[in-house]
Every structure is written in structure tokens, then in C-alpha cells.
Design a protein around this ligand. Sequence first.
Ligand code: BES
Ligand code: ZN
Ligand code: MN
Length: 499
Amino acid sequence: MQIKVVHGDISTRDVGAIVVNLFEDVKRLDGATGAVDDALDGAISSLIGEGEIKGKQGEITLIHTFGKISSPRVVVLGLGAPKKFDSNVARNTSGTVARYIQKLGVKKMATITHGTNTGGLETSESVMAVVEGTLLGKYRFNDYKSTKSNDKLEVLEITEIDKSKIQEIKEASIEAKLLVEATTLCRDMVNTPANDMTPTTLSERALDIAATSDLDSNIMDREHMQELGMGALLGVAQGSKEDPKLIELHYKGDPENEANNLAIVGKGITFDSGGISLKPAANMGAMKGDMAGGAAVISAMKAIAALKPKINVSGFVAAAENMPGGSAQRPGDVVKTMTGKTIEIDNTDAEGRLVLADTVAYAHSKGFSRIVDVATLTGAIITTLGYTCTGVFGNSQLLTDAIIECGRQTGEKMWHLPTFEEYKDLYKSDIADIKNTGGRPAGSITGALIIGEFVGDAEWAHLDIAGTSMAKSTTGHAPKGATGVPVRTLVKLTQVLAE
Ligand code: BES
Ligand code: ZN
Ligand code: MN
């Protein structure tokens, strides 16, 4: 989608639909909504008077203009109560209205920046929310439809009457567009079925991105993993005919200062059947999305390379397929990780922590002193936090706080859960150093802590996105399917750490 920033009065624009807004309980219209109302001889205020337009959050009213102004349609978007308004409301309602306009078959839309007066948003904050909301909201995954759906909405105009704001709007819209492209890339990878998204194809996508960005890359193969002693990663992969890959993408934003670094590590299980501890049949297909953490890491690296924060960032993705083949690992097996620590396999379906154990250890061995891993790790996090919020764990309050604050700004909700020492007793093994599960109690916490066993002295945080990486139904800026969480937060984190 093309984004244009236009100086002028929105009521004079000639596009398929113009979007103005209304807060709840507003009786006197001013600003852009007032100007459009005047141009329409009071059509909006009379609909408010009749009680048809209330300004409820996400309310959409279509008014046909029949030649009174250049644009044939005006859409009045409800922003809800000013007290409840924030950039998340702007992002979500922008997504809802974009889908609505797209369905009308409109090619060009114009909008104002929502909520900069009554709503109290900074101009750039509002622009980011409007651009992200619009573009992410109209997203569709069409790759496998032989008849492509009607997707004519191609141009978004942001109209601003105050000339002094134009430059800021242009800059914010460019950054927002980069973040949307990265999020879309992530969604596409996660939505792609596992027959086309193997560890090898995932690594090829990463190489394509590196080739067109300011990123160095390396794909580690099975032989090299064997040399490094990555027995946990290899153990997960051994039941599949697909070769595992450890994908590396490197961005050097502060080459003189090696210690200024961050590793982002993603779980890239391209299909999780559970292995010999086979999952039940119902909804097993959703496990094509078990590489969402890896896809988020690869996609964030693309945006980071474009936005160029002053920090060295590397992405590491453990890509493998968890299958119950004749050579699959068994419950009861013991594997040796690259750190030398041994793990007894209690359940082959707890594979994410196994591949991540070797991958965070590898990142630490490469000198990374800050490690953030992202994984669709546990069903238990859905029991705890539902589909609303990502679980955050870690050994550094500073880092977990920073991530949660970044999530607050991007609208990707996160919540910190505890990692008390006592929980470690749950995954003691009789014969190895640890087991790969801690049983039912505190399932997300033991999963996190097992990864944390392999980060050495690094500051570490873990994001469990099992509940947030896939939307069950369409809302706001997230159509049903892959959400692209937490791409925007990872990018934001690198910008915050670079300051
Ligand atoms: N990939 C799953 C977790 C998952 C569940 C992701 C639902 C998305 C939606 C993970 O590999 C897994 O199977 N975890 C097990 C761990 C258990 C065996 C300790 C789980 O959550 O049941
Ligand atoms: Zn899994
Ligand atoms: Mn599993």
C-alpha cells in the first residue's frame, strides 16, 4: 500500500472514501470532522442529533456525498470515550475501518491523524497507530487461494491542515511502514503451511532478506551442529527427514563497541507433531505456526537493518521439524547440550526448550551479554494469560521491564511472571542434570527456566508467545491467523537499548 502525506483540508480531497472521527458524547463538531460536516450541510451533526451516530469505539457510519464534496464517501469512525482512548484504540479502530473500506472496493482512502487533540496523542504516535492499524488491519493471506479476493485498497492519504506537522508525519509514516512490512513478512511466514515452510525454506527466506538488507548471514547445518555438540537441537530434529538449520543474521550498528549487543533468539519448529509423545489430532494443524518466534526474529532483523539503531544485534533461529519418525528420539533418552549439561527427555513434545537450550548457549558462546528468546513454548501460557498477552520471564528486572514498556508502546501486551528458585526443583532428573519438563504445575515457568539454564552469565529474557502469535478471530489490526507478535516490540527494544 502506498502512503501519501497531504497538506490541506480533508473535505476537499478527491478519493474513494475520507475518514473522519468522533469521540463519544461530542455534540459540537470541530476540526476536520466539523469541516466535513459543514461541507455536507450538517449531515454528520444531524445524524448525531437523531442518535444514529454515537461515537462508540469502532462504530462505523457510511455517508454518501452525492457530489456535495469531491469524495463520494465519508466514513465517520467512532473513537469511544476520550478517557479510554490511547494509541491502541487508534490502531485497532484504524484496522477495523480499513477492512470496511477495503470491502467497499475503494482504491484510495484519506484519513486524518486520530486523537491528537481530544485524545491527547503526540502527532507521531497517532501517525504510527493509523498507518500500522490500516495496513495491518487490511492484511490478507492469499497465497493459496486460486481466486484472489478483491484487494483494491492501494493508497492511504494522511491529510493534515497544519503545515508545521507535515515533516513529522512523513517521518513517522516511513518508520511505521517499515514496521508493517516486517510484521507482514512475519505473518506470511507463520501462515504458510509446513509443507512449504521447512527449516530449509525458512533459512532460504532469511538469506533472501539478508541479501537485500544490511545484514550478514550464516546457515549452520547438521554437521556443524554435531561438531559443536548441540545434542538437544539434533535430538529434536532426528525424527524428521527435514534437516535442521541454525539461522544467523547479524547487524552491526555499533561496530566500535562490541559489548553493546543484543541477541534475539527464536524457536523455529516448522511443524510440531509432538514427536513420539504425539499430540492429539484436533487442531494439530495449528502447529505449522510453531516457528512464529523464529519468524518474528528474522522479520525484526529486517526492520532493524533498515532503521539502524546504534547497537549490535544478531538474530538466531533454531529451525527444525518435530516428527515421530523411526529415528525419532524417545521419552527416557538423555541428550547432551553444547554446554555439556545433560537433559533427560521426559516428553518429546517439550521440544522448544531443547532447541533453544543449544541456541541460547551458542549465542552466549558468541559473546552476547543480552539474550532475548521468543517462542511458542507452552500451552500453559494460554491457560494463564489467554490470547491477550505475552508471558515475559527472565533473570534481569531491567531487561524484562524494558521489554514490557516497549510492548506498552507498540500495543503488544506483555506481563511478567516469576522465576523463583523453588520452581527449579520441578525439573530435577534422577539420571541426568535436568529433565525437559516440570510436569503440570507452573508449566510456562519451568519451560522458561529450562531455557535459562543455558544462558550462562548473560542478562536474559524469554517471551512465551503461544497465546499471542495466532489470532482466533479478526479484531482491530489483527485479522484471524498469524499476528506478527512481537516483531514491533523487538524492534522498539533495540531502539530503546541503543539510546
Ligand atoms: N508448541 C507447543 C506449545 C503450544 C501450544 C504452542 C499451543 C501454541 C499453541 C510446545 O512445543 C508444546 O508442545 N509444549 C508442551 C509442553 C509440555 C509437554 C511440557 C505443552 O504445552 O503441552
Ligand atoms: Zn512446540
Ligand atoms: Mn511441542
